[in-house]
Design a binder for this molecule. Sequence first.
Ligand SMILES: C[S@@+](CC[C@H](N)C(=O)[O-])C[C@H]1O[C@@H](n2cnc3c(N)ncnc32)[C@H](O)[C@@H]1O
Length: 227
Amino acid sequence: MERAGRLPYNVVMGRRALRKVNPKLDLSRHLMTQDELPQPWDAVELFGRRAPLEIEVGTGKGLFMAGAGRARRDRDFLGIEVAGRYARFAAARLVVGELDNARIVHGDALRIFGQLLPDASIAAVHVYFPDPWWKKRHHKRRVMNERFVKDVERVLPIEGRLHFWTDVGEYFQLSLDLIARCTSLVGPLEVAERSAEHDLDYRTHFERRVRLSGGPVFRAEFRKAAR
Ligand SMILES: C[S@@+](CC[C@H](N)C(=O)[O-])C[C@H]1O[C@@H](n2cnc3c(N)ncnc32)[C@H](O)[C@@H]1O
């Protein structure tokens, strides 16, 4: 495991303090709690239209959500973030970017996947740099667990995608093994590294931090195939 040599960037540095969210911003359209999600699930009620929906698990500061929402106006994006102040921060980023096709849920992605999302309802699932939970006895807290990867397979339609990136080699390999053992998802498909054209030209804030510190990023994509 990497800790024997170079300590991963997120262990060495921790997380920097968040900038304050402008209290004048109206977050009401872009931020909700998981109890405010439509039950039973109804993406049209959530976004006011029918479009392919992608979900990011653990949005952090929301760089992926803002970039993806801007790049694909024909799709909707739902970010799930369990830490309230990060959920607020990410929602504020979407408001400032005037992105009507992206929203943040303050809640637990594992619960939302397990209890709310119907089969074949989500076009793509994105999991970027999930918390590593280094100690072996804490591995059960990891997002990439058996129940979750089975739920991901269930909620994807045929040709739906799972994107999983991390800087933790041991977590990456265990997750790939888990996906191979517990699902029929096809992959890992190769994902090439892109060079950044400006300071925020990264998939997420954690990718930026790891790449600027010279650390490795492990990337995988999986596809749901017809049986
Ligand atoms: C290491 S950070 C990475 C953030 C972002 N994906 C990035 O790459 O910059 C992991 C994030 O996942 C969130 N998280 C952890 N468990 C979660 C869960 N069960 N549901 C939703 N978010 C979760 C944490 O609060 C944290 O913000």
